[in-house]
Design a protein. Structure first.
Length: 218
């Protein structure tokens, strides 16, 4: 099983502790200033990719010394730096892709990064987006297991397609049987597991699993 981690240049205050993922990640890819973040954290980089318009020459030199492959693109390009890093990761045939440093800052970039999870899961790869207070994973119809995580105890399900049909939740404080949820529904927000594991399944649609911690309750 091959796990790849891509680090973008999202706000550093939202980054999780990368050290807890060192044993889980086989290949680290730095996208633009994310490569500088990895370099500062003394994490060896397999690929550094992007236009690098957000770093200075001293930082770029340090990145080049910390990476095996350095690929620089012109600022005027069709893809974002994260998408370029993602395209590179597909060539590595991973089973799992972690996305770090892709939340916060500009809302348009955050939203499109969440949508990138769709391109990952439709290739049969588990895609996970993680920051200091959130864990996001896009799922397709079928049965899925959710495991308790002390760092992200609150669990929500958000429809990514207009409708998600036949949703079952088992092992949760608030269970469901054969429910349909649609865009704008808050029915499946702020749930919790009863034990260490729970399951959810559905027949039709695309569902976003969000595990989080309640740092700023609304």
């Amino acid at each position: 099983m091959v796990s790849v981690a891509i680090v973008g240049n999202g706000p550093i205050e939202l980054h999780p502790d990368f050290q807890q993922f060192m044993s889980k990640v086989d290949i680290w890819i730095g996208a633009d200033r994310g490569a500088w973040t990895l370099t500062k954290n003394q994490i060896p980089i397999e690929y550094a990719i992007g236009d690098f318009d957000s770093i200075n020459e001293e930082e770029k030199d340090a990145i080049q010394k910390n990476t095996k492959v350095f690929v620089e693109y012109p600022p005027e390009k069709d893809e974002t730096d994260i998408e370029l890093a993602l395209l590179q990761s597909y060539e590595l045939c991973p089973n799992q892709i972690y996305l770090f440093g892709v939340t916060g800052g500009r809302i348009d970039q955050e939203l499109v990064n969440i949508q990138l999870l769709y391109s990952i899961v439709t290739k049969g790869i588990q895609g996970v987006m993680i920051d200091k207070s959130n864990y996001l994973e896009l799922t397709l119809p079928g049965e899925h297991v959710v495991r308790h995580d002390d760092n992200y105890p609150i669990i929500s399900f958000i429809p990514f397609s207009q409708h998600v049909r036949g949703l079952h939740l088992s092992g949760f404080r608030y269970s469901l049987v054969g429910q349909t949820i649609s865009w704008g529904s808050t029915l499946c927000i702020s749930n919790r597991l009863l034990l260490n594991n729970g399951t959810f399944s559905y027949k039709e649609g695309i569902l976003l699993l969000v595990k989080s911690c309640d740092m700023n309750p609304v």
